[in-house]
Ligand binder design. Structure first.
Ligand SMILES: Cc1cc2nc3c(=O)[nH]c(=O)nc-3n(C[C@H](O)[C@H](O)[C@H](O)COP(=O)(O)OP(=O)(O)OC[C@H]3O[C@@H](n4cnc5c(N)ncnc54)[C@H](O)[C@@H]3O)c2cc1C
Length: 398
């Protein structure tokens, strides 16, 4: 557990963006950038901006990785977005995750590892037969599974523990590159004369040369953006289990086509064993209003029950004998065209947005942050072509 005070969700008291304690490599000539939103997108952006020499203040209303970025699966894939507009972002980001893991002591502290990935069909029954498994699936998968197929290898799929990853990155950004973290709700942002000002609840004012808004599913609740960009939240559930015999569980991510005993359409839950001694199970999405504060997000008890049943059906190791570490829900940030929004807002110089990553925000965080850092500091991105992600595509639409 990290001890830094900024992980404690205390409300904003005083904010003075002082650069006095910055390490020496940061000079007064550098840009001052305010990054709003402490999810994986805001944190990756703050990290890469500060690495480039920007003096960065990161503002988060709750705690770092309090929302989806702390409750996601953390599954990463090199080529699963190929053929679509997110392909180059995903490929660049998959590789950046690998190099970040090298930079951050092998990524061990946040559960980075390449892993194999299987798809399976599962038909639920009241008393699932155990054993008689296909020799092609690992021994711990002892439930009624069919049609196993390898859909990812250690070359093409990997994972992180998303909360530990996001917090590790911010810890490094603070310690090595002088990022300042402020806990407080951003009420409004003003732009003009080449400067920006962020107003924080409680009266704090933070000024800078540029601002990056990374509010995830809260984007459309922010007045400045609500008439320009529509990002809606899709609620999804997860449980985190601690099996008694974690050593029996191999490094295989599972993508299921799950046929419930009572009939109905198949569901598509996912199961990710983690090297941190836990197994993460997610699925069960639904439309619901995003509450103002991530701390107010409550899981739906029926959805949690289903996910536990899925886990116990797939493996006896994940049944009643495993300890339930977390039952939780969070919101995917989704755009109407399913493409993230990354770039400067037309007509608002120095005001940038980075959001809408839907189910791939943990994967695409690093390349989004690195590209955004280039855009803010140099005016263009070499890491990925940000053209397809431009907020300009929303301007003029009703
Ligand atoms: C169940 C589930 C499983 C997932 N699994 C994966 C996976 O395996 N792989 C993958 O790549 N992606 C996965 N995702 C998607 C991923 O979690 C998201 O795309 C990503 O976390 C979005 O990050 P974000 O920073 O945009 O938003 P968030 O994590 O939602 O962060 C936004 C932050 O902004 C803050 N904020 C909002 N308004 C304000 C304000 N006014 N002032 C200050 N702060 C504010 C919020 O408190 C929040 O902390 C999953 C998502 C879900 C729901």
């Amino acid at each position: 557990m990290l001890k830094s005070p900024f992980f404690i969700p205390s409300k904003f008291v005083t904010v003075q963006a002082t650069m006095a304690n910055k390490p020496q490599q940061i000079t007064p000539a550098n840009k001052r950038v305010v990054v709003c939103g402490g999810g994986v997108i805001g944190v990756c952006t703050a990290y890469f901006l500060s690495k480039k020499g920007a003096a960065v203040t990161l503002i988060e209303q709750s705690s770092i990785a309090a929302a989806a970025s702390g409750k996601a699966g953390g599954f990463l894939a090199l080529d699963w977005c190929d053929g679509g507009p997110v392909s180059s972002l995903a490929r660049a980001s998959f590789n950046l995750h690998r190099s970040l893991a090298e930079e951050l002591n092998g990524g061990e502290s946040y559960g980075y590892r390449p892993l194999n990935t299987l798809s399976l069909s599962v038909t639920e029954s009241k008393n699932p037969p155990r054993g008689g498994r296909k020799s092609t699936v690992p021994g711990w998968i002892d439930g009624p599974v069919k049609s196993p197929r390898t859909i990812g290898t250690t070359e093409t799929t990997a994972q992180v523990h998303p909360q530990l990853f996001t917090r590790k990155l911010v810890e490094k950004a603070v310690a090595d590159y002088g990022v300042e973290v402020v806990i407080g709700k951003v009420k409004s942002v003003e732009t003009g004369d080449g400067k920006i000002t962020a107003l924080v609840e409680g009266g704090g004012v933070i000024g800078g040369d540029a601002v990056v808004l990374a509010f995830g599913p809260w984007t459309s609740k922010f007045a400045l953006l609500s008439s320009i960009i529509r990002v809606h939240g899709l609620k999804a559930h997860s449980v985190v289990l601690e099996p008694r015999e974690i050593d029996a569980i191999s490094a295989h991510a599972l993508f299921l086509s799950y046929h419930p005993a009572h009939g109905g359409p198949p569901m598509d839950p996912e199961i990710y064993p983690r090297p941190t001694g836990e197994v993460y199970v997610c699925g069960m999405s639904m439309e619901e209003e995003v509450p103002d504060d991530p701390e107010q997000i409550e899981p739906n008890p029926d959805s949690i029950r289903v996910l536990k049943r899925v886990a116990g059906t797939v493996s006896s190791h994940l049944g009643d004998e495993s300890r339930v570490k977390a039952e939780q829900a969070c919101f995917l940030p989704c755009t109407d065209d399913s493409i993230p929004v990354i770039g400067e807002i037309p007509g608002m110089k120095g005001c940038y947005v980075a959001t809408g990553h839907s189910c791939w925000g943990i994967l695409n965080g690093p390349a989004t942050g690195a590209a955004m850092a280039e855009l803010v500091m140099e005016g263009y991105s070499t890491i990925v072509d940000l053209g397809p992600f431009s907020p300009a595509r929303f301007v003029g639409r009703s």
